[in-house]
Design a protein around this ligand. Structure first.
Ligand code: ACO
Length: 322
């Protein structure tokens, strides 16, 4: 059977770091409140003029280097973002032009679940032969959507990008294969008002700001994530004890800890970046993955669980053998 395996990964974070202490100067908040409720201590914020495509191009360039393959061998880019440079064209086409990749390029919009969605889309193209080698990117300048006077949201998010290179190959078709074992996607549009941006081309004609019912999101997060993780394990005949690394969407330390506890996964197996990155939406999983690969935690053959939930609601999981 055809499957897709990971050839390499890369990340990029804007140079500018904003600490909780910096935010204390802007809104009525405290380092103690933010750390206690979220685990976040600092986040990277893109400089004026630093666009989502800039972050995406930098991360993708590093992923190609790490994979050791030329840009011209890529025939598919799937880029997850909620913060495109422009309403159109897709930010992925800017990456295509900058890198000189072939084939086609498209954006995916699933907010914080975007990277899992993008992986699922690319993996399906590769499995059915519509592409051979894909760049899957999560890239956000989420800071552009924040109301910097709203302390309930502006302390939570950050900017960044991560990318992986996927390649189609003929696999055995069991859970010992390298690459994407399976992806599992869900959405529930009736939960629209829990987390959304109050603007857009066809509604207000403005960009708008993030609006969120934090406690309600929290309530949905652990139960929906544990269900979609279970779905992935069952689909592959695996158990949570088989997981070497959980690379979760990094929204909130408490959600991640809650899920790991429910899965009976030891904390050492969880890759955490939320303390230094905040919630970077579609970029958070590839940023965390890139860090754990670069520092040698993730090794060839390791089983990696990715999971995410975000606005929509949208949520999903992916099991990948490195
Ligand atoms: N600094 C200080 N006080 C604050 C801040 C802040 N930045 N923000 C809110 N407060 C206050 C509130 O006004 C409230 O005050 P009150 O009791 O006087 O009314 C108090 O803190 C408690 O507010 P809650 O909203 O009840 O706080 P909670 O414990 O629920 O924590 C949080 C809020 C961190 C947002 C939490 O609900 C959460 O993490 N939810 C998940 C949402 C999330 O992660 N969203 C990310 C996007 S979705 C995703 O990626 C999964």
């Amino acid at each position: 059977v055809m499957r897709s395996r990971v050839l390499g990964c890369g990340t990029f974070l804007p140079a500018n770091i904003v600490t909780n202490q910096d935010l204390e100067q802007r809104v009525d908040t405290s380092d103690e409140w933010i750390v206690q409720r979220t685990g976040i201590r600092s986040r990277h914020i893109a400089a004026e003029g630093e666009k989502t495509s800039d972050l995406a191009i930098a991360a993708a360039t590093r992923a190609l280097e790490h994979a050791g393959v030329p840009a011209g061998s890529i025939d598919c880019i799937v880029l997850a973002t909620t913060t495109p440079d422009n309403t159109f064209p897709a930010t992925a086409t800017k990456v295509q032009a900058a890198l000189g990749t072939k084939g086609f390029a498209m954006d995916i919009q699933a907010v914080c679940a975007g990277f899992v969605y993008a992986m699922a889309v690319a993996d399906n193209f590769l499995r059915n032969g519509q592409a051979r080698r894909a760049l899957v990117i999560g890239a956000e300048t989420f800071s552009r959507l924040l109301d910097w006077n709203d302390r309930t949201t502006c302390v939570l998010f950050g900017d960044g990008a991560g990318a992986i290179v996927l390649e189609a190959y003929e696999a055995k078709g069991d859970s010992t294969d390298r690459g994407v074992l399976s992806t599992h996607l869900h959405s529930d549009g009736s939960q629209y008002d829990l987390l959304y941006v109050d603007g857009g081309a066809s509604s207000t004609g403005t960009i708008g700001h993030v609006r969120m019912h934090g406690q309600e999101i929290f309530r949905h997060a652990v139960s929906k994530l544990s269900a979609v993780v279970e779905e992935a394990l069952v689909a592959n005949g695996l158990e949570s004890t088989d997981i070497d690394w959980m690379v979760p969407h990094q929204a909130n330390r408490r959600i991640i800890d809650g899920l790991a506890r429910k899965m009976k996964l030891s904390p050492e197996k969880v890759v955490l970046t939320v303390d230094r990155h905040g919630n970077t939406s579609a970029a958070s999983i590839p940023l965390a993955l890139g860090e754990a690969v670069a520092d040698g935690r993730v090794k060839r053959g390791d089983l990696i669980l990715m999971e995410a939930i975000g606005g929509g609601l949208t949520w999903g999981s992916a099991l990948v053998r490195w």
